[in-house]
Design a protein around this ligand. Sequence first.
Ligand code: PEP
Ligand code: MG
Length: 704
Amino acid sequence: NRLMDVLFQPQVQQQLDDEQSSNQIAKLVGAETIPDWPSRNILLANAHGLHARPATQLVNLTKTFSGDLQVSVDGGSFVSAKSLTKLLSLGCQRGQRLTFIAEPDTDAILALDQIVEAVRDGLGEEVEPIEENLFLNSVLDQDSSAETEQYEITHCGIAASSGLAFGPAHVIKPKKFNYDRYAGSLKEEKEKLEIAIRTVKNTIHQYISKSASKDIKQIFLAHLEMLDDPDLIQQVHLALNHNLSAAAAWHEHIEKAAKAQEGLKDKLLAERAADLRDIGDKVLAILCNEPEVEEPEQPYILIMHDVGPSDVARLNKDRVAGILTSIGGASAHSAIVARALGIPAVVGAGDAVLNIDSHAVVLINGDTGEFEVNPSPEQIEHAIREREVQRLRREEAEKSAHEPAITTDQHQIEIAANVGKIVDTAKAVQNGAEAIGLLRTELVFMSHNSAPDELAQEKDYRHVLDALEGRPLVVRTLDVGGDKPLPYLPIAAEENPFLGLRGIRLTLRKPTLLRQQLIALLKSADNRPLRIMFPMVGRVEEWRAAKGILDEVLQQYPCENLEVGIMIEVPSAALLTPILAKEVDFFSIGTNDLTQYTMAIDRGHPILSAEADGLHPSILLLIDQTVRAAHANNKWVGICGELAADPKAVPILMGLGVDELSMSISSIPLVKAQVRHLNYAECQKLAQKALLCDSATAVRELAE
Ligand code: PEP
Ligand code: MG
């Protein structure tokens, strides 16, 4: 807009004609300028990115020069390389490119070589060197993508869902369209619009005929309905009669309809605005001659800024081989859903991934967080071999999945499953689950379009208990809030939803809802082993209030085989376990939230979540305290956070005396197999050493 303004001022036009440098032009139009200073690039190799220690080393070096030194990450904005806070705010991760620029005619010029050398040497840390490669060049300059094939490339995000996957990249990013607002011929514009809509409809029909999933078919059928909406078509035609181009008329009315939809009170209906925009963009892409990025035929790597839990739930597992996102953390709910679906995922890999060429082959490793663009045939071969090794290991583990998990010195631990869909219970049992250790009932609620009443809930819980065939069911009462909003249970917008009305704090304020859920649970139990637990308890009063409501309900619906416990996921509850253990029947430690709240790092934070490691000694100390308090009162303790299936955590958690580990279904056979190779006495020694460590990295090294 600013450029347009200045273009209409003749004297500025003259100046523009005279200027040669893009920076001077940028200055003229008041845009941000990047100094034309000498620069050097280097990939950061530090495993945990440019965190405080290496950043301090860098600042110490840059400050010895008086000239100005600035730095940017992956082509982003430049900040002072002499400011520690600015450096940390860059959030630079391993594999990202640092560009240093130095003020001309000062001693800073001399600094560039020294800085690059110091960064290459790890800024005081031991680093695994990264080969300079053309990945980021290819990302910044798509034309050079062909050259990337010659290079060995490894980049790192956060490992979010186990497994190796490769396939063509399918990059989904916000689209921008250019079109003229007005057009010459009404007849031509009408024809163009008709053809575009017909083409999109044909593609959708093809998707429908190819899709095996009923849910996905339904989404596409709804898209066809939207394209046939007579009101929408009539509005667009009216606009065409006012000389608008087909693209302008279509875009404006789709956007208007989407905005109206967004404004609806019913959240579920409001979310359909995204579908309207989705089909709107498809038609617009044809009208603007913008090639739509076709969904590749073969299974692909889906690349997005972020994938929400509902996006993942809608994914067709046969088409999506793997997921790679710019932001997100390993214990964000989207990662948990990806794990439940068994789709390998790497998250938090930085915005550069959105620039990956849509035809490039991408290889991701959901166990290490590594990903590669245009891997060499050798790398693909290696991945296939590695996948085969994993498959064989899994196959071997599956053979004994129904055997108990007993260490070499005869210590047994219960291995249970985390479930969010009732139909998954049978799968959990097939995979060797000895119990359901966490039924996330808010996910069960989410599978209903409106709040399930008592009867509908009872039916769902009965289904789970039937499939368990006498095995225990640990069920968590509704844990809505945080990053899990429930469309039909609106909560007023909060500044910090993770610190707001979540879990038991919410249901205690909606006692009818809690009572209804408890009744449905008790009625479905038929004296089978039912364990009810309350989420997000932070104060003893909350536990007592919730237990009070349950006791009232129990008078009317008595239950023979019931245990009542709480989740330990708020540090205050962990610290008060000596008191709570006298009153509850069990604890289940939710390490995802316990880590988030202990370390004060949002579990889905794009930059920091990688640092929120559940093996941090502070979390282990809280787990240790919880287990001691429980065992002193003859109560049992489970772990139901993602840490329970982490191979490095398993021996430590066992050594701390945890009685049950509950995890995603696919992890069960592998963890059982691992336990059978462990020695409990050794695990206990290991755990004691881990409690004395000073960092999560040190604990992981110890476990290695
Ligand atoms: C946890 O916080 O560790 C947990 C199991 O609950 P959720 O991940 O559903 O918040
Ligand atoms: Mg939790």
